[in-house]
Ligand binder design. Structure first.
Ligand code: PMP
Length: 291
């Protein structure tokens, strides 16, 4: 109910929630043809704002979008939306850029004649998971896309692989699906990146079949600047089952311990993992950027 009266920015202005609609001819409806970012707002600002805008731009360029609004325009749209809603904390922003409205239905980008369409949806949202309890996951039969199919470096709205993985986790009564890449190595969870600890070293999968997460990047930076050894590697399920600690990372979920994988219990009290979780909590607000 807290989000019932929110205002949403579409293309060039704010609309009430009821009026906030896009065309049935929009590329997002016609082909999942859109890119997006999930941002977190603290009173200090938006976490890693520039990195999110850069990734949005790179995704849009990769998909050959045209008439992309400038970064300043997007920042201003975010500012207007937050101000109109009186939001400055516990806020999630779903930034979407679609290829725009088409002149007829169909997938061909040449049908897009009116430029891309920006949507800034700001909502009140608490952390995704209870980070004190941790989450339980299962590995899914649904694989994460590799660059051979749909490059995971594009943060696109074609989320069906991830949604199928989440459905598999739901049916198993677990919190999230752990997706493997096309070679059988762990890629990421259906909506966040993963890290593991083994013998006082932090490991995370290479970014070829996972989203190059901004929180993943922050964790890697924090480890490096605090003399914690961090290695990107191909890691098979056996290594995750037998690790000393595992955690997920994402902008909204932040750092969440994973306490079970495929029914194998994972230690939640590893000292190094706790150190990384604390480092993140102590430092994340210094990554906020004002609009
Ligand atoms: N992986 C996937 C599939 C995601 O959707 C997300 C969140 N957008 C992440 C990882 C986490 O990325 P970030 O740290 O940039 O929020």
């Amino acid at each position: 109910p807290k989000n019932d009266n929110i205002k949403v920015f579409i293309k060039d202005r704010l609309y009430s929630r009821e009026e906030a609609k896009i065309s049935v001819f929009d590329s997002a409806v016609q082909g999942g043809d859109a890119v997006w970012e999930g941002l977190r707002v603290y009173p200090e600002g938006v976490v890693c704002l520039d990195k999110h805008l850069n990734r949005l731009y790179e995704s849009a360029k990769t998909l050959a979008f045209v008439d992309i609004p400038s970064k300043d325009f997007i920042k201003n749209a975010i500012k207007q939306t937050l101000e109109a809603n009186g939001m400055n904390d516990d806020t999630h922003i779903r930034l979407t850029l679609t290829r725009g409205e088409k002149i007829t239905s169909g997938m061909d980008p040449r049908l897009n004649q009116s430029g891309s369409c920006l949507i800034v949806l700001a909502e009140w949202k608490p952390l995704v998971y209870d980070n004190a309890t941790g989450i339980k996951v299962i590995s899914t039969s649904q694989r994460r896309n590799s660059p051979q199919f749909l490059d995971s470096k594009i943060h696109h709205n074609n989320l069906l692989n991830n949604i199928i993985a989440k459905i598999q986790a739901n049916i198993a009564g677990k919190d999230a699906g752990l997706m493997l890449d096309d070679r059988g190595f762990v890629a990421e969870l259906n909506g966040s990146n993963v890290f593991m600890v083994k013998d006082n070293i932090i490991y995370t999968p290479f970014a070829h079949a996972c989203l190059p997460g901004i929180t993943r990047n922050t964790v890697m930076e924090l480890c490096k600047s605090n003399d914690i050894k961090i290695i990107e590697a191909d890691l098979s399920l056996a290594q995750w089952y037998n690790s000393d600690g595992v955690f997920a990372t994402g902008t909204m979920g932040e750092l969440t311990p994973i306490v079970e994988i495929d029914g194998r219990e994972i230690n939640r009290d590893n000292t190094l993992m706790k150190k990384v979780l604390d480092l993140f909590k102590e430092n994340i607000r210094s990554y906020c950027e004002t609009l």
